[in-house]
Design a protein around this ligand. Structure first.
Ligand SMILES: *Cc1c(COP(=O)(O)O)cnc(C)c1O
Length: 360
C-alpha cells in the first residue's frame, strides 16, 4: 500500500535536463552561464571559517539581503533569500494559494510550475501564449474568472527568450486579482539599452513578486541561491512564516554576497553572452532554422520541414558530445532550445549541426 497523498501518487515529478559529470560534454541544455563565477566568489570560498560552519547561519540572510537591496535600490524588507529561485516558487504557492485553488500559467513556459502545483494539489489554468510568446489580451480576465490566486510568468520568456515590456507587466499586475510572480531568472541577459527594470514598481504594486537567481547571471547554478523582490506585504509572510528556518546555508550566503559585489565581472559575462547570442541567431538562421530574437541566454530554434526532426537532431548532437534541450510538449516538438555557450562551444555546435544537416 502507498502512503503518498493521492495527488503525489498521480504526479510524475520534474524531469531535469541531463547533467553529465564528465568534463568532455558540451552542455548547451540547461542554460548555465558558460563562464566561471567571479574570482571574488572563489576567494570567499577559500576564506570560509570553521566557526561559521559550527554555528547556525544568519537565519534571514541579513547580510545578503542588505547587499541585494542596495544593488536594486530598495530596502532589505523587500528582499528574501531562497535556496535557488525554485524555492521562491514553492514558497509563493504555499504562502499565497489555498490548496485546491488554481494557479495560472502561460503555455509554454517553465515545466516546473505545473509540478509545484501538483505537489500543492492546485489545478493549473493554462492560457496559450500568442505566436510571439506574449500573453493574449484576455489573460488576466481568464485567470480572474477561474479564481487564480497566483500567476507564474517567466520574463524574458522561457523557452523562447521573448521579452514582455515593463508597462505590459505593470498593467497585468493591476488587472490580476491574485499575486503576479514574474520569474526573472534570465533578466540579467536583457540588452541594457532597453533599460528594462521592473524593480521600482514593487513598492507600489501590492501583488507583484519578482524572482531572481544566481544560477544563470552569476554562474552559480551549483550553489543553489536565489532571491525574491516584492512588496513588504508579500515578502514578510514568506520571510517570517513559510520559509525553512535556515533555508540558505552559511557558505552560500558568503558566496552570494561575493558574487553580487562583483558586478563588473558578472556584467562582463552577460555582455559576452549577448554578443554570442547575436552571432548564433544569425548563424542558426543561415543554417535554415527559424529563430526568434532572444533577450535571454538561450535560443529557441525551429527545425524546418526539410531537416531531420528536432528529436533526431538532439540525438545526433548528443552522439557528438553536445547536449541541447528538446521538449516533447505541445507547440515545442519541432524546436530545440540551445543555451548560448562560450565562442568555441558555439562553433562546435554550428559545425556539428552543419554536418547533421549535410548528411540528412
Ligand atoms: C533557472 C530557472 C529558475 C531558477 O532556478 P534556480 O537554479 O532554482 O535558481 C527559475 N525559473 C526559470 C524559468 C529558470 O530557468
Amino acid at each position: 500500500m502507498a502512503y503518498e497523498r493521492t495527488n503525489i501518487q498521480r504526479m510524475q515529478g520534474y524531469v531535469p535536463g541531463k547533467q553529465p559529470q564528465d568534463a568532455g560534454t558540451i552542455k548547451l541544455n540547461t542554460n548555465e552561464n558558460p563562464y566561471p563565477p567571479s574570482p571574488n566568489v572563489m576567494h570567499a570560498l577559500t576564506t570560509v571559517a570553521a566557526e561559521s560552519l559550527r554555528k547556525y547561519p544568519p537565519p534571514l540572510a541579513d547580510g545578503f539581503r542588505e547587499v541585494a537591496a542596495q544593488l536594486h535600490g530598495v530596502t532589505s524588507d523587500h528582499v528574501i533569500a531562497t535556496n535557488g529561485g525554485d524555492e521562491l516558487l514553492r514558497l509563493a504557492l504555499t504562502t499565497f494559494v489555498e490548496p485546491g485553488q488554481p494557479i495560472g500559467v502561460l503555455e509554454p513556459s517553465y515545466s516546473l510550475y505545473p509540478v509545484l502545483a501538483e505537489i500543492h494539489n492546485s489545478p493549473v489554468v493554462r492560457v496559450d501564449a500568442l505566436p510571439d510568446y506574449s500573453a493574449p489580451q484576455e489573460f488576466a480576465d481568464t485567470l480572474n474568472a477561474q479564481g487564480v490566486q497566483l500567476t507564474l510568468l517567466v520574463n524574458p520568456h522561457a523557452p523562447s527568450g521573448a521579452l514582455t515590456s515593463v508597462s505590459s507587466l505593470v498593467a497585468l499586475a493591476k488587472q490580476l486579482k491574485g499575486v503576479l510572480l514574474v520569474d526573472e531568472a534570465y533578466v540579467d541577459f536583457v540588452d541594457p539599452t532597453l533599460a528594462h527594470n521592473l524593480v521600482p514598481h514593487i513598492k507600489s504594486m501590492p501583488n507583484l513578486l519578482l524572482l531572481r537567481t544566481l544560477s544563470k547571471g552569476y554562474s552559480l547554478a551549483g550553489l543553489r541561491y536565489g532571491y525574491g523582490l516584492g512588496h513588504v506585504d508579500l515578502i514578510a509572510p514568506m520571510l517570517q512564516k513559510t520559509r525553512d528556518s535556515y533555508n540558505v546555508d552559511a557558505i552560500a550566503q558568503r558566496l552570494a554576497v561575493a558574487a553580487l559585489q562583483d558586478q563588473t565581472y558578472a556584467q562582463d559575462t552577460w555582455q559576452r553572452v549577448r554578443a554570442e547570442r547575436a552571432r548564433m541567431t544569425t548563424a542558426l538562421r543561415d543554417l535554415g532554422f527559424t529563430v526568434p530574437a532572444s533577450q535571454s541566454n538561450f535560443l529557441l530554434a525551429t527545425v524546418s520541414p526539410l531537416m531531420p526532426s528536432a528529436s533526431m537532431l538532439r540525438d545526433e548532437l548528443e552522439r557528438r558530445g553536445l547536449l541541447v534541450r528538446y521538449f516533447n510538449a505541445p507547440g515545442l516538438t519541432d524546436k530545440l532550445r540551445i543555451t548560448i555557450g562560450a565562442p568555441a562551444e558555439n562553433d562546435r555546435l554550428l559545425t556539428a549541426l552543419s554536418t547533421c544537416l549535410a548528411n540528412a
